[in-house]
Design a protein around this ligand. Sequence first.
Ligand code: ZN
Ligand code: ZN
Length: 313
Amino acid sequence: MTELRKDYILDRYVIIADARGKRPHEFREEKQDKKVEKCFFCPGNENLTPPETGRIGDEKGWRIRWFPNKFSAVDAEGQVEIRTDNDFYTFANAVGFHEVIVETPNHEEELHQLSIERIYEVLKVYSDRIDDGMRRAEYAVLFKNHGAKAGTSIKHSHTQMIAYNQVPPLIKSKVEASKRYFVCPYCRIIDSEKGSDRRITESNTMVSFTPYASEHPFEAWIFPKRHIRQMHEMTNDEFYELASSLKQILVRLAELNASYNFMVQQSPAGENMHLHFEIKPRLSTWAGFELAGGTIINPVSPEEAARFYRGEK
Ligand SMILES: [Zn+2]
Ligand SMILES: [Zn+2]
């Protein structure tokens, strides 16, 4: 049976086409590691990256290190305001800054292999960097590309932050859709999903589940139970339990060798959207149907994906 499912609050639909689907382990990707001559992110090669913005550690060694991206997607200066010329030509420059956060000195170590304590430390750095980005630009997008299908060619575990002069459309539509409800819809969705057959984990402060209208096979969302808007509002307990849920999800995903994107979805300044985190595995390819209409066919039902994450057969 297939189903056309609408996102909780957005006017966005997906097609869950479970019947043509495979068992979770049939999605397993075969690893193909290319040998790299010299890794810019490895200790000893610090002089090959732009000057460091910060690090956790000392002169003798670092555990986490961040610096401007050598191949920035945005410019440091330019036309910030969006302008329309001759009715149809709306434009601005992408102005802001682009950073790389290297999450471990060990070239082979992946995020899910770090201890919960070290993931906690990494998440604190994410929060600090987003804060800096939000202070200096309109919005800051923090995202991780893991694996070739998620858009990275660099194996060494890292995350990126792009701060620029626009609130991205997806965030904007979540903010706008949230306003159409009396109380925060995500607070109610968390309540409903933590007991549903899409639940993955629940701790004192965090809930994770596979979203009802998942666009990607094995997509997972993590929410703080408290209605908070930005990462810097999180308590140490929340950071710790986020680290723990994230690790649990990524460890399962690693069994499939899945490329994935991880991203922070936080409220723009002055808005009231419920903070959350999304993990989007990249196991299927969007093709003609998706590009033609914008509706995505997902070959794994979120319920099946949640069973996989919970370790049930
Ligand atoms: Zn390396
Ligand atoms: Zn809320």
